[in-house]
Design a protein around this ligand. Structure first.
Ligand code: SF4
Length: 241
């Protein structure tokens, strides 16, 4: 059984083409800006049979076209790596392209097998500076960087995604350090900068939790231009909306 939080059909944001996005329950990070705070607790979600998810994906396969498929997001999908291995194998049998959207912070033999099976990894690097990463997420980024290295060494294609939060993850020194670290990675197919947004704030109110970034403004056009120019010194990157 897989603990599913929710689904999004025809997603265009999490991987190539049109995708069925399966949001899974549970995450060991606690990002201050998390847009889906209700996916963080390990309890909850709907226990779902593998074949129910396979059927849902097969029913939508005609819409996926050549590039689309299924993306597992969250929460943090690798929390359920052991259970996902069988599901990903079934989706591959059905000829469906599979992405996994991960913070890269969990590592064990199941995660290793899961990452070997998927077609593409969307690796969310929250901050390169470990101290600021810990302030932002509650965890060190050391495993995320090791996961990136594993992907590079094992020839697994990945996209790197970076949320640009004013005053938290937009420091030039940190972006330059990230660029220097990753600039020679051959398996990074794409780098996406995701502007900071506050779309999930109402969920904190519903959950009775405080949104600690309420004083943090969204990015100005100048901040976005500056960050894109910085990233472009190291990568051919895309600014998302
Ligand atoms: S890693 Fe993703 S799901 Fe987990 S807390 Fe951060 S933004 Fe939320």
């Amino acid at each position: 059984m897989i603990k599913v939080h929710s689904y999004e059909s025809m997603g265009t944001y999490d991987g190539p083409g049109l995708r069925l996005v399966v949001f899974l329950q549970g995450c060991p990070f606690k990002c201050l800006y998390c847009a889906n705070p209700d996916t963080i607790p390990f309890e909850g979600g709907t226990a779902t049979e593998i074949e129910d998810i396979v059927s849902r994906a097969v029913n939508q396969k005609a819409f996926f076209g050549k590039r689309g498929g299924v993306t597992f997001s969250g929460g943090e999908p690798t929390v359920q790596a052991k259970e996902l291995i069988g599901l990903v194998r079934r989706l591959k049998e059905e000829g469906i392209h599979v992405c996994i959207d991960t913070n890269g912070g969990i590592w064990n033999s199941y995660v290793e097998e899961l990452l070997s099976l998927v077609d593409l990894v969307l690796l969310d690097v929250k901050q390169f500076n470990d101290g600021r990463h810990t302030e932002l997420t509650g965890r060190s980024n050391s495993q995320t960087l090791k996961t990136a290295q594993w992907l590079e060494e094992h020839g697994k294609a990945f996209w790197m995604r970076y949320v640009l939060v004013p005053g938290i993850s937009d420091f030039e020194e940190d972006i330059r350090a990230l660029g220097e670290h990753f600039k020679n990675y051959k398996m990074i197919q794409r780098v996406e900068i995701l502007p900071y947004h506050t779309l999930g704030v109402h969920k904190y109110e519903t959950l009775g939790q405080e949104y600690t970034l309420k004083e943090t403004p969204t990015n100005t056009p100048e901040q976005l231009d500056r960050a894109k120019a910085l990233f472009d010194e190291y990568f051919d990157c895309a600014m998302m909306n």
